[in-house]
Unconditional design. Structure first.
Length: 102
């Protein structure tokens, strides 16, 4: 059985924001095939914790990235991203996507 692909509402925003004229149909078809994960108070709290913790080390985490990461971490899910370096949280499983060439 194939599990649904999950996406953060923040990622949905980014996709829609970057959509070009003429891409509406394909974009909405893609988004309709994904399940959007919830981001609420628990995710906000973990995101804030990470941002404070990393700031003390001189590392700035972006709010959108930290919220996306918190959503994945609290659901026990890996986060697939092309920007692995944006997600240094040790509690988070991060997978390079697309995978690097072999």
């Amino acid at each position: 059985m194939r599990r649904p692909l999950l996406v953060s509402p923040i990622s949905v925003h980014g996709v829609l924001r970057g959509m070009r004229d003429g891409e509406e149909g394909q974009t909405f078809d893609l988004l309709a095939a994904l399940k959007v994960v919830r981001i609420g108070q628990e995710e906000a709290a973990l995101s804030a914790h990470w941002r404070r913790e990393f700031a003390t080390k001189g590392v700035t985490l972006d709010l959108p990235d930290s919220l996306i990461a918190a959503g994945a971490a609290l659901q026990g899910l890996p986060l697939a991203t092309a920007n692995v370096k944006h997600f240094p949280m040790p509690e988070l499983r991060v997978e390079q996507w697309p995978p690097p060439p072999v």
